[in-house]
Design a protein around this ligand. Structure first.
Ligand code: C5P
Length: 302
């Protein structure tokens, strides 16, 4: 069943280059101290999943950057991170832009699934492909760091531990096959607001970090998600009662650990890769008792 969900990163057609930007989930998210630059130091295990935004790049265009957005969540103006990323790329290669980009959003904004960051990373990768890899990997990572904390993760993957403010990526070579039921409510969480209200707990951070490192060093990444270690969850739930209630109810319905991705609002449950039927049953139960939209995803392979 997974094969039906897995899509390639790039496809070339006579229309142009089609690139896919996968969403991510945080299998763990530990927050340490606030830094002088206002960001927080963190340690997170992230996995890409088979939910994709799509972007079509057409280069035989007039001078400039033309951005067309399909879907509900994306402003088509110069404020869009995709637009800013195009500009940054063309400045870096010292070339006048000549590109039309059609972005189809499937990853909801404000969900903690990294859609905007993944779009930005995918623009860098796709333009670099179209311009014959003119930017090397270390420069690409530097540009990614300027665009957002999570962007560098999406340049590689599909499974990595990220530290610093999120931009230091250490790939985990072990495969972690899973299926997940992803609950997408219409609650929109502000990451900035959640971090702004977060109360530091360095003791908890070190204890969870020790346990997670031990699991990873023993090649048991599968045990990390079972800890439900997301240190932003308490703050996200305290700030949004509707989200707290939704999590509680989903837990009661499914009798499974329910994780929050990033600062939310996406909630998810991890199953074994072969448990597609079970995932469908959970999906139906959630729809029947909460009328809530959920989708089935798998670990992404690239
Ligand atoms: O880097 P990004 O734009 O994704 O971050 C959004 C906001 O989340 C930042 O403005 C900051 O307030 C907060 N943040 C943080 N520490 C991090 C990452 C994000 O405080 N490591």
């Amino acid at each position: 069943m997974k094969e039906k969900y897995l899509k390639p990163q790039f496809e070339t057609s006579d229309k142009g280059l089609l690139a896919r930007a996968p969403a991510k989930v945080n299998l763990s998210l530990l927050i340490a101290d606030k830094r002088p630059d206002g960001y927080h130091n963190l340690e997170t295990l992230m996995a890409k999943i088979t939910l994709y935004d799509e972007m079509l790049f057409e280069t035989d265009k007039e001078e400039g950057i033309e951005l067309v957005c399909n879907g509900l969540w994306s402003p088509a103006g110069e404020d869009n991170l995709v637009y800013k990323t195009c500009r940054l790329f063309y400045d870096a290669v010292n070339t006048e832009p000549r590109i039309k980009l059609t972005l189809t959003k499937n990853i909801p904004a404000g969900s903690g699934l990294g859609g905007a960051s993944s779009d930005a990373a995918t623009v860098l990768l796709a333009l670099n492909k179209l311009y014959n890899q003119s930017i090397d990997s270390s420069k690409l990572h530097k540009l990614a760091g300027q665009l957002g904390s999570d962007v560098a993760f999406f340049l590689n993957g599909p499974l990595a531990v990220c530290t610093g403010r999120g931009e230091k990526v250490s790939k985990v070579d072990k495969k972690l096959p899973f299926a997940a039921v992803l609950v997408l409510s219409d609650i929109n969480t502000s990451t900035k607001r959640v971090y702004g209200n977060f109360k530091e707990d360095l003791e908890l951070f070190s204890s969870l970090s020790g346990q997670i490192k031990a699991h990873i060093s023993k090649n048991r990444v599968d045990l990390v998600q079972k800890m439900c270690a997301n240190m932003l969850a308490k703050t996200s739930f305290a700030l949004d009662n509707e989200l707290a209630l939704l999590k509680k109810e989903i837990q009661e319905i499914t009798k499974l650990p329910v994780l929050l991705s990033g600062s939310g609002s996406a909630l998810f449950m991890i199953l074994n890769a072969g448990q597609y039927r079970e995932a469908e049953i959970l999906q139906r139960e959630i729809a029947n008792s909460r009328g809530c939209n959920s989708i089935i995803v798998f670990d992404n392979e690239w």
